[in-house]
Design a protein around this ligand. Sequence first.
Ligand code: SAH
Length: 369
Amino acid sequence: MTAEKTERPLLQFAAPRRAKPARHLADLTMAERRAAVAELGEKPFRADQLSRHYFSHLTADVSEMTDLPAAAREQLGVLFPPLLTPVKELTTDEGTTRKTLWRLFDGALVESVLMRYPDRVTMCVSSQAGCGMNCPFCATGQAGLTRNMSTAEIVEQVVSGARALAAGEVPGGPARVSNIVFMGMGEPLANYKAVIGAVRRMVEPAPDGLGISARGVTVSTVGLVPAIEKLSNEGLPVTLAISLHCPDDELRDSLVPINTRWKVKEVLDAAWAYAAKTKRRVSIEYALIKDINDQEWRADLLGKLLKNKLVHVNLIPLNPTPGSKWTASRPEDERAFVRRLQYHGVAVTVRDTRGREIDGACGQLAAAE
Ligand code: SAH
């Protein structure tokens, strides 16, 4: 060991070893829940009751579970350790966008965002505290990776949003979470096992899980090719989003450093294989950065790469992080980019910029703490 301070690596795959959060009901499959309940000296069917309380009634407070005998309530309470503590809550759009900063048991900070639209409610969740992928335009990328989140820590973000909606706390009357995007902090495919567990809890029908449609769940990745291949074999037809941001390797190597490992062609080939296997349209995320990646020739190159594929492009006006030298593209350049893609017959939309005034961009709230 040297006394020198080591520089952060370009890419950090392995999360630092840290104490793990306590085991929670949402970490477990139905079979594991029955085993855990039996271990605690209770009848396995209690697992079904607990699941119904948590995933259907959204309660984790055993004192409210009056169908359980008092002694059982006390025993089984250990399956609901508090995992997330709200630190800050910001709302905008008349209360229909709410962003929460959470503190985890060890002090790590993560964010989630609830966005209510007329026809759906989308929750944006974090999968890691920090991120090891080091994308220079992303606030989370600048902070490095603190640790992986557990399955239950991921699920709890959704349950907490679902609870607020059910209680009518979000203007528009009681509602349910219909969509989930893994576009908060972290690289979901670098925390593969916990993320798959969380997706299973989200899509399993109640009372085993939250009963959200798999097609309503989007897993967004910088492009970890082997993990994309693995995901296509899970039998979970979730929507795959690729944070491409650039059609050529030269620039992508610096904008999305994972590109030094897996090139544009490799990640797109993995995406097309995913689309073929799941029959799901792949999303391509492209943050438009003024004079960096927004040239018409790049739109043209992107259009040629995506032409005739089962794909949809989401253009995201860059949300500059504090102190960033980069900013969003000029409106005329954005329009030209859209037109160029349309010329190639590629479906494209420009992402709305909800939550911008509450530091909606990835990691900005935690970075400000
Ligand atoms: N690590 C995953 C998911 C988290 S970020 C991924 O990279 O896909 C979700 C999306 O927001 C990604 O497409 C990411 O590149 C984009 N993003 C991050 N910072 C941004 C910013 N400042 N402005 C616009 N988009 C940003």
